[in-house]
Structures are given as structure tokens and as C-alpha cells.
Design a protein around this ligand. Structure first.
Ligand code: PSU
Ligand code: MN
Length: 310
């Protein structure tokens, strides 16, 4: 079976929103958005408010948002208002990475897509740019737990540009960078020489590359596309200064949250949502405001990059 035949088969599973279908037909810039951040990354009702706000930010930049989720055996590319509400309020949504996607589809369950599964869906739907908060990566202590996010493998294989605020600082950032390099993923900090660390603008680690404008990123993507079987590109866009929580302050919260996860024996795909939730409590909600600000910032940059690819 050729890869184009496979893509044809997947297309039957995709359901586009009216707005996304029209944008594809008119060749307008599109930005994919994940849904795990809505269901597992933020509490209701801020999750749904943020999802709508981020979509509005993308439209304001002249692009069209496509929030991706799994519903009734279909890959939804663009969510209508009532579907977004249903997803944000449901309590039994599966967190779906590559390993979970087909299970959620074959059983018809509600599924929220992680960075990995959103990349798969975006690519199948013909979208090239995707905005998120922070990617998954190599967890601290991975040499014992083997906990490495499938997001890294997806970046290696699927040609989508992921605009993030770096890897979540609860991860082992140097190991995450090593894996990305091994897998051939370009990592580009935006407007800074240093790799941002999600809630903080600084990580203490120099980024492999740095670019300063959407057009420079567009030029890189255009070259990368010419190579067959090229994978994704990771853009690391620092959170705006006004919204950051400095690294020196975050470290204590992160360590405490990871210790709590270990004590309560939280494992596998539950680790990331648990640690994010604990940090939210420890910062009395401040980490959520930072998280919202950085996702909005990434969405705006992603829209400008998508416009370069038209
Ligand atoms: N960034 C956030 N909130 C999140 C996530 C990222 O601000 O909820 C999600 C993304 O969907 C990412 C996932 O792909 O966490 C990584 O989970 P894991 O480490 O289990 O692969
Ligand atoms: Mn994991």
C-alpha cells in the first residue's frame, strides 16, 4: 500500500468544521490546535474560555483555527461551538497520543489529542502548522521509568511545524534536546538565543538555532518540505515577559509536584496532567495564567507562520 493510499483511507475518518472546510478550499492559512490542553491541562471553565480565546487570536491574525479532537469514531478537524462545550465539560475523555488514537476511534469514545496525535491528525487533514503550550519530552528520572513522551517520535516522523513555549519545565530539558537532535528534529528558539522553559523565558540552555521572524521560519519549512520523509520542526517561543514565572521560582514548585506524583505512585500518561494540576495548586492559579498567556502567544505566531506558507 502506498502512503498516498493510506492518506485516502484516513480522509474518510476526518470530519471538518464548516469554517475549516471553507478555508482549505480557499487556500487560507490554517492553524491546528490540540485538545488535551483543554481536557487535561486546564480546569473548567477556564479551559473552554481559553480555547475560544485562542481561536479568536488566530482569526485576528488572519488565519483559521482547527481544534482537533476525537468524537463518535471521527477525527474532528475544527470543532463547532457545542462540540467544544461538550468536550470541555466531559469528565471521561481519553487522553490520546499515537498509541491511543485508533482505540478511541474504533470504540467511538471521546478523545482529546496530545501533541503527537494532533500532529497525526493535522497532517492527515493537510495542515502544516500547529500551536500548543509545551510539548511532552523526556521525564526527569527517565533512566528508571523509561517515560519519554511519544511527542518526540511524532516530531521525528510527521511533517508539521509545532509552535510551543519549549518543553514543559517539569521535564529533563537537556535529555529532551538530545533526543530531538538524535531524531533529526530542528529546534528553533524564536527571538532569543536561549531555549525557553514553558512558564519561564529562560532554561539556562542555549537553543540549537534561533530565528527572528515568521518569514525566516517559513523559508526553513519550505526547504525542509523538499526532503522526502522529513519530520516536524519545533519552534520554541518564549512566554511574554509580563506573564512569566521566573525559573528560580518555578523550580521549587516543579520539584514539589514531581515528588507528590512519586509519593502517590502516579504513572504513565497520568503524570503530565497530575504534575500540571499540582503546580496550579502550589502557585494558587498563577501557573494557569502563564499557561494561557503562552498558548495565546504561540497561536498568534503560528498564524503568522501559516500565512508565510500560502
Ligand atoms: N502542554 C500544556 N498542557 C498539556 C500538555 C502540554 O500546557 O496538557 C499535554 C500535551 O497534549 C502534550 C502532553 O502532548 O501533555 C504530553 O503528555 P505525555 O507526557 O504523557 O506524552
Ligand atoms: Mn509519558
Amino acid at each position: 500500500m502506498t502512503s498516498s493510499t493510506k492518506l485516502e483511507n484516513i480522509k474518510d475518518l476526518i470530519e471538518y468544521s464548516d469554517e475549516v472546510r471553507a478555508a482549505l478550499a480557499d487556500n487560507k492559512p490554517l492553524v491546528a490546535l490540540e485538545s488535551t490542553i483543554i481536557t487535561h491541562g486546564m480546569p473548567f471553565p477556564r479551559n473552554v474560555e481559553t480555547a475560544r480565546q485562542v481561536e479568536a487570536d488566530i482569526r485576528e491574525e488572519g488565519a483559521v483555527p482547527a481544534t482537533i479532537a476525537l468524537m463518535d469514531g471521527k477525527i474532528m478537524v475544527g470543532l463547532e461551538d457545542d462540540d467544544l462545550d461538550r468536550l470541555a465539560q466531559a469528565t471521561d475523555v481519553m487522553k490520546c497520543s499515537r498509541a491511543d488514537l485508533t482505540f478511541a476511534l474504533s470504540t467511538g469514545q471521546f478523545g482529546a489529542t496530545t501533541v503527537a496525535a494532533t500532529m497525526m491528525a493535522a497532517h492527515a487533514a493537510g495542515l502544516k502548522v500547529f500551536a500548543t503550550g509545551g510539548i511532552g519530552g523526556v521525564h526527569k528520572g527517565a533512566e528508571e521509568s523509561f517515560d519519554v513522551s511519544a511527542d518526540l517520535d511524532e516530531l521525528a516522523r510527521t511533517p508539521v511545524c509545532v509552535v510551543s513555549a519549549g518543553a514543559k519545565a517539569l521535564l529533563d530539558i537537556p535529555k529532551t534536546l538530545e533526543v530531538l537532535e538524535t531524531k533529526g528534529v530542528p529546534v528553533i528558539a524564536y527571538g532569543t538565543e536561549e531555549l525557553p522553559a514553558f512558564w519561564s523565558r529562560q532554561s539556562g540552555i542555549k537553543a540549537p538555532y534561533s530565528l527572528n521572524s515568521p518569514s525566516e521560519i517559513g523559508a526553513l519549512l519550505e526547504i525542509r518540505e523538499r526532503f522526502e520523509d522529513h519530520g516536524g520542526v519545533l519552534i520554541a517561543n518564549p512566554v511574554p515577559q509580563a506573564n512569566e514565572i521566573p525559573r528560580s521560582e518555578m523550580t521549587g514548585y516543579i520539584d514539589a509536584a514531581i515528588r507528590k506524583a512519586e509519593m502517590e505512585n502516579v504513572k504513565g500518561k497520568d503524570v503530565t496532567p497530575f504534575v500540571l494540576g499540582t503546580i496550579l495548586d502550589l502557585t494558587h492559579g498563577r501557573s494557569l495564567e502563564t499557561n494561557i498567556a503562552l498558548v495565546r502567544n504561540n497561536a498568534r505566531l503560528a498564524a503568522r507562520i501559516a500565512a508565510e506558507l500560502i
